[in-house]
Design a protein around this ligand. Structure first.
Ligand SMILES: [Zn+2]
Length: 165
């Protein structure tokens, strides 16, 4: 809505109070663009300047200030046992990724080991779904589809195909 202050050119009703608006009186005019039947026009509302303020303040009264929650979003509350199991899965996942990276850095990576580690990552993904779901960082990033895991699994499948030949 576009708000302007002007003098009433015609008499009319106030959008907030029952007192009529008289010609020449200061008014707040609100114009909202409306499209209907293929035509664009403005829906117009008028207020006494004080009424415009009162309406805004009343709105704020009805919608009290609520400070936004800070920090990272909280997990759905899990029983303590589940929390520990989740933590254990997160740790095993991190360790497994570390081992995959270490294996890949070797001059001759062992592809059996990589396949086994890749399977374990998949297993942990399934396992964590019962304990609050996989964290965001486990999701493949949309802008860079070649996350480590995908690169790893690609390498493994390449190697598997080659060894089958
Ligand atoms: Zn009014």
């Amino acid at each position: 809505m576009k708000i302007t202050f002007s003098y009433a050119r015609g008499a009319g009703k106030c959008s907030f109070c029952p007192t009529p608006i008289t010609v020449g009186e200061p008014v707040v005019v609100g114009r909202t663009p409306v499209s209907a039947g293929g035509k664009n026009f403005y829906s117009k509302r008028r207020w006494h300047p004080q009424c415009y303020l009162d309406q805004g303040l009343r709105y704020l009264e009805l919608h009290p200030f609520t400070p936004e929650a800070k920090g990272r979003p909280r997990l759905p509350t899990l029983p303590i046992g589940d929390k520990l199991r989740r933590l254990s899965i997160l740790r095993r996942h991190a360790t497994t990724l570390q081992r995959i990276r270490a294996e890949l850095r070797k001059p001759k990576p062992n592809f059996d080991t990589l396949a086994r580690l890749g399977e374990r990552v998949e297993l942990l993904r399934t396992e964590i779904s019962t304990y609050g779901g996989a964290p965001k960082s486990w999701q493949p990033k949309p802008e860079s589809p070649n996350t480590l895991i995908e690169v790893v699994t690609d390498d493994i499948s390449c190697q598997l195909e080659m060894s089958e030949v």
